[in-house]
Design a protein around this ligand. Structure first.
Ligand code: C2E
Ligand code: CA
Ligand code: CA
Length: 667
């Protein structure tokens, strides 16, 4: 009996586990019994049982027929066991009969469940089942991977806990919408907190799954971190300068428009433009040029205030926009800070570059005459003025500057026609020998008479022509006229020297020297009567074309004079190296003779040094008898100035007295 009970327990246990139905279990026992107790009644009953159950389970005949041999039927004990089993299993008779069929159904359902479970677990999409209270009920591997933990860790945790604090509110709101039934699905974005690792951004689709009275949520997440980053990068690129990381022109224009619409306390805009930056690029290379721009950006960042806008307009132009410049004094203080930022040199590796900047500023307040409709243009006009007047400072815009610029613009527009018409002419100023005070030569000076602006000084139109590129044509026209005058005007033809001016830009132009020599020869003049006046910096310019031009001209016998000597940066050592034929001491030294006691010594030492190098000296801008006496006493070889004769038109030269006709070399 004990065995029977044990059998039943085993049968129950096995059925509970779904591994084998009771009929299947009994049949297995029946298979074993006849084998073990073959030849006995026990075996007989076993075989009978096996056969019966085999029939009931519809098992293949081969599995039960071998036991049907009557000779092998067992004893009554076996029969008793079968009877006992029948009694025990009595009320499960139906189950025994139908067990096999229900087993198949259970298996099918289980398979189905398994399929769904797999579809959920192995899904590439990160999914989780969330309780109405926000607890994670189930999470698949992809979902857990996004959170960088095992799925089991997440189960039971509130989903909010895994979201960065600023995003929790949005998640809570989405959940409330779904649970309340207001919405069936919500799409939102949040960032997942991942411990020491950087959070990732996910796009979440939350769907309500309503079953009877409960509402669970299915959360499906998509990692959009890279996508967002790329979008952010594009947006950043659209608003920032790639080299310095500063805001760009688009941002500036937006801010200006916004400021003008909202009229802040006071708007001040500064355009900071690096002086001669091109030279850094040309001499030290673009890479160092870029480094310098970055260093300038950092330096400016260190002096600007938070909330104000610093941006790079491109090239070597930066803009600083201040919206809190209440009065002119505070705008000027900002300007001082910006100018001061360029005082210390910029260290780039082994280089220490001193880089200055010119600044154009505009301050908008309610003062009359301040229109502020185009601050960028006005600041540009002011910047132009800073550059014109020597660079390195800051100019604040005034309406007068605009008019000044307007006339310059008109002039540069008309310059091209002026060159080809009578507007351009040449004036000649005598060069006088210091010993005899005879006129030994003339300096040719360009003159321009504008139909509306009247007589325009060369200090205005020469820089304009240089900037517009017209200087080559202008210089050629002037020197062509000089050559013609030198052979046709008696006073000029009789003089030993004719001096012409040329700017650095002209010297750099290919063909400068051959053109000048051709013009001179066409007028039947010897090159040794020609003096070319250039500045020291032009002579120092190491552009190959400049060096070539000077060589060609000197080989042909043309004299080279350093104009405005003493105002440039060249040292006296360079005078030794470059060896011009003449130096023209700048008129500021001569003018200083009246006020500065050291001016006399300076002129004397310049003369001494030049003479020791075989260079002759011209004193410029002599305006009085006193100055004349001093420069003569200092040993100057030639003298030029209003006192001895102002520049006059060729037609008026007939009145020039005492023209010496001695060889140029003797002067
Ligand atoms: P620069 O070569 O130094 O010419 C001398 C300037 O000093 C001339 O001014 C002349 O009128 C002025 N000057 C002469 N004597 C005196 C004096 O006693 N006192 C004072 N205060 N000034 C005196 P200008 O004609 O106005 O020319 C100015 C500058 O324009 C010239 O300075 C020269 O650099 C440039 N320039 C003139 N003509 C040409 C040209 O054909 N080509 C180029 N590239 N530059 C030219
Ligand atoms: Ca000159
Ligand atoms: Ca001069």
């Amino acid at each position: 009996m004990v065995g029977v009970v044990a059998l039943r327990l085993v049968a129950d246990a096995l059925q509970d586990h779904g591994a084998l139905g009771v009929p299947g279990f009994v049949w297995i026992l029946g298979l074993i019994f006849p084998v073990v107790f073959a030849g006995t009644a026990f075996g007989l009953v076993g075989s009978l049982g096996t056969a019966l159950i085999g029939v009931a389970l519809e098992l293949p005949t081969v599995l039960w027929l071998p036991h049907s041999r009557l000779a092998l039927w067992g004893s009554w004990t076996n029969l008793a066991t079968v009877v006992a089993l029948a009694i025990v299993l009595g009320d499960r008779y139906d189950a025994i009969l139908t067990g096999a069929a229900s087993d198949a159904r259970v298996r099918a359902r289980r398979l189905e469940e398994e399929r769904f479970a797999r579809a959920f677990e192995d899904n590439m999409a990160a999914m989780a089942l969330i309780s109405p209270h926000g607890q994670i009920l189930r999470a698949n591997r992809a979902f857990a991977d996004l959170h960088d933990v095992a799925p089991a860790v997440l189960v039971g945790q509130p989903l909010e806990q895994r979201v960065t604090p600023p995003d929790r509110r949005a998640l809570e709101e989405a959940r409330a919408l779904l649970v309340s039934g207001a919405r069936d699905g919500v799409q939102t974005t949040w960032r997942i907190e991942r411990g020491a690792q950087a959070p990732i951004t996910v796009e979440a689709t939350l769907t309500a799954v309503r079953l009877e009275s409960t509402c669970e949520l299915v959360a499906s997440l998509r990692d959009v971190t890279d996508e967002r980053r790329a979008t952010a990068r594009l947006a950043h690129a659209a608003h920032h300068d790639a080299l310095t990381g500063l805001a760009n022109r688009a941002v500036l224009l937006e801010r200006i428009a916004h400021a003008q619409a909202t009229r802040p306390a006071g708007l001040a805009l500064f355009i900071v433009d690096l002086d001669n930056f091109k030279e850094v690029n040309d001499t030290l290379g673009h890479q160092l040029g870029d480094q310098l721009l970055i260093a300038v950006a950092r330096r400016l960042q260190s002096v600007v205030r938070r909330g104000d806008l610093l941006c790079r307009l491109g090239g070597d132009e930066f803009v600083y926009l201040v919206e809190t410049a209440r009065d002119s004094a505070s705008a000027h203080r900002v300007a001082e800070r910006l100018v001061a930022a360029f005082r210390a040199p910029f260290r780039l590796g082994e280089h220490a570059l001193s880089q200055r900047a010119s600044i154009g500023a505009v301050h908008c307040d309610d003062a009359p005459g301040t229109e502020c409709d185009d601050v960028l243009r006005d600041a540009d006009i002011a910047l132009y003025h800073t550059k014109e007047t020597g660079k390195g400072g800051c100019t604040f815009f005034t309406p007068a500057l605009r008019h000044d610029l307007a006339s310059r613009v008109a002039l540069s527009r008309d310059l091209a026609t002026a060159i080809t018409t009578d507007a351009l002419s040449v004036a000649y100023q005598p060069l006088v020998a210091a010993d005899s005070l005879e006129v030994v030569g003339f300096e040719a000076l360009a003159r321009l008479t504008h139909p509306e602006l009247g007589s325009v000084p060369p200090d205005t139109f020469i820089p304009l022509a240089e900037r517009s590129g017209l200087i080559t044509a202008l210089g050629e026209a002037v020197r062509g006229q000089v050559a013609r005058d030198a052979s046709s005007v008696a006073a000029l033809a009789a003089s030993s020297l004719i001096a012409v001016n040329a700017s650095t830009k002209e010297l750099r132009a290919e063909g400068f020297a051959p053109t000048l020599l051709r013009q001179w020869r066409e007028a039947d003049l010897t090159p040794s009567r020609l003096v070319l006046e250039i500045t020291e910096s032009a002579a120092l310019d190491d552009a190959p074309a400049t060096t070539r031009s000077l060589r060609i001209l000197r080989d042909a016998g043309v004299h080279v004079a350093f104009d405005d000597f003493g105002t440039g940066y060249s040292s006296l050592a360079q005078l030794k190296q470059l060896r011009p034929d003449l130096v023209k001491i700048d008129r500021s030294f001569v003018a200083a003779l009246d006020t500065d006691s050291s001016a006399h010594d300076i002129i004397e030492s310049l003369v001494g040094l030049s003479h020791s190098l075989g260079i002759r000296v011209v004193a410029e801008g002599v305006e009085s008898a006193g100055q004349l006496a001093t420069v003569r006493a200092a040993g100057c070889d030639m003298i030029q100035g209003f006192y001895l004769g102002p520049p006059v038109a060729a037609a008026e030269l007939a009145q020039t007295p005492h023209i010496a006709t001695r060889p140029a070399a003797d002067i």
